[in-house]
Design a protein around this ligand. Structure first.
Ligand SMILES: [Zn+2]
Length: 227
């Protein structure tokens, strides 16, 4: 006990989180003891406060100074959050992160679908993916992945190709007969390529369809290799 003073139970009326340890003859702040960072104002957190003489003066009282300190406010905020999560009046961090992740997933999917639509529209009109078509998308998606690198664009084109080809093949399977049209040609890089088309009657649309299926690079142009 310091200079005849002792802990006063009345202090708890003003500072309800103050607790007294009889065994240690020391006062602790419940907020700082449980939610403090273990450093800083350790007198009320880890060490225990015993300076009774300077505890409660109006201007320089340690209790008041501690109550207004940043460390106490931070610990109090953590404690309040913990109580709100325990009462289920506030979502826990896992739910918050999960919701944030779900929102991000929805946004990224929207971006991806917008880019897919642009790519399909350009390809339908035989327009190359170059120029300024992606500038606006880049501006709008500057804070998140914009999926506009050549690698991603090529992957998207490849995905579209697989989807479209599968749809054509499924339509063709419904026809009783079909024919394959093939012709070889040399491209500008002097590579021999075989262009492949299929021709069939679309039973649903009741019309003859001729669909381009793609190019196949040829290493040799003899009949055996083309087969
Ligand atoms: Zn405190």
């Amino acid at each position: 006990m310091t200079k005849g003073r002792k802990y006063s139970k009345e202090w708890e009326n003003t500072y309800p989180r103050l607790s007294y340890s009889v065994e240690e003859d020391a006062a602790y702040c419940a907020y700082c003891l449980v939610f403090g960072d273990g450093h800083g104002d350790g007198m009320f957190g880890m060490i225990g406060f015993r300076d009774w003489k300077n505890a409660s003066s109006d201007k320089r009282g340690s209790l008041k100074i501690h109550e207004n300190s940043k460390l106490h406010s931070a610990a109090k905020e953590k404690a309040d959050n913990f109580i709100m999560v325990s009462n289920e009046s506030k979502p826990d961090i896992c739910s918050s992160l999960s919701k944030a992740y779900a929102n991000k997933e929805v946004r990224n999917r929207q971006i991806l679908l917008a880019i897919k639509d642009v790519i399909v529209s350009l390809k339908q009109r035989n327009i190359a993916l170059r120029g300024n078509w992606d500038k606006e998308l880049k501006r709008k998606t500057s804070q998140c992945p914009h999926y506009l690198s050549p690698k991603v664009q090529n992957e998207l084109i490849y995905c579209c190709e697989i989807e479209i080809r599968e749809k054509i093949v499924n339509d063709c399977k419904l026809a009783d007969v079909y024919s394959v049209c093939a012709d070889d040609t040399t491209d500008v890089s002097v590579k021999e390529q075989l262009s492949l088309c299929i021709r069939f009657v679309d039973r649903i649309k009741s019309e003859v369809r001729e669909e381009f299926m793609g190019f196949v690079e040829l290493t040799k142009t003899d009949a055996e290799n083309i087969d």
